[in-house]
Write a protein that binds this ligand. Structure first.
Ligand code: ADP
Length: 241
């Protein structure tokens, strides 16, 4: 990876009362890669994504932004995108496109929703709603696109379609940050992975580096990887065999 760093987190912590959702995480988001956040439920993936987006306040640490168009650089697909009922797909796309001088038809084409442009958003399937959410995230061509569980709850064919779109977003030269449970698809799509466990960043590296460390496909060794990390965290420095 040779691109510049668009987003950097330095010792970022987020507490909700007694719960530490994200604990002293430092990581860089490079401009020319798909970064995947993986980890079990409750490990802090969504919170870290929202901290990077700036929609959640930090308890401590810093986040720095660089890159083109600093004002409008972040596109975001939330975990459960919702749209105002009563509007059609095209009207919804137009609402988001207008905010940033984009073309709604271009956005719908980008995610393959042209054929359902006249349907009400309330009649869309879960997968199509997600696609409209991705179209919304792409409005204005932001250089960084953050996607929270873009394929959760969808059937395998729709998940693959969504991950193909994610790949094409990255191929168009954007930084993509992705939280997902779909480990085989993340492994195929991401260039870099950040592995979270109980709010801590326990590993980070390219997919190849993590495969070398774990000795096989990550979706097979993921459980072992986390067990290993738990042991490393539990063991005091220098006592690991
Ligand atoms: P993940 O995305 O990996 O499932 P989350 O970031 O959603 O993890 O959650 C990390 C931890 O922070 C969990 O223990 C969760 O219950 C807690 N948490 C997340 N958001 C809030 C909130 N708004 N208020 C209180 N606790 C929260």
């Amino acid at each position: 990876m040779t691109g510049e760093t668009y987003l950097a987190a330095d010792e970022v912590t987020k507490k909700y009362g007694d719960v530490t959702a994200v604990s002293a995480v430092s990581l860089d988001v490079p401009s020319d890669a798909v970064t995947g956040f993986i980890g079990p439920n409750g490990s802090g993936k969504t919170t870290l994504l929202r901290l990077l987006l700036g929609v959640e306040r930090l308890t401590s640490g810093t986040i720095s932004y660089s890159g083109p168009d600093a004002e409008r650089q972040l596109g975001y697909l939330p975990q459960r995108p919702t749209f105002r009922p009563g509007f059609s797909v095209r009207e919804t796309a137009a609402f988001y496109a207008d905010l940033v001088d984009d073309d709604p038809d271009r956005l719908l084409e980008r995610v393959g929703l042209e054929a359902v442009a006249d349907r009400p958003v309330s009649g869309l399937s879960g997968g199509m709603t997600r696609l409209l959410g991705i179209a919304q995230a792409l409005a204005g061509d932001p250089p960084i696109v953050m996607l929270d569980e873009p394929a959760s709850g969808l059937d395998p064919a729709m998940s693959r379609l969504i991950f193909d779109i994610v790949e094409s977003i990255a191929d168009a030269g954007r930084a993509v940050v992705l939280c997902s449970h779909e480990l085989p698809l993340v492994e195929k799509t991401a260039d870099r992975l950040a592995v979270l466990e109980s709010g801590r960043l326990v590993r980070t590296g390219s997919v190849e580096e993590l495969r070398e460390q774990t000795g096989g496909p990550l979706h097979e060794t993921f459980t072992a990887l986390l067990e290993q990390d738990r042991a490393a965290i539990a063991a005091p420095e220098g006592t690991q065999s």
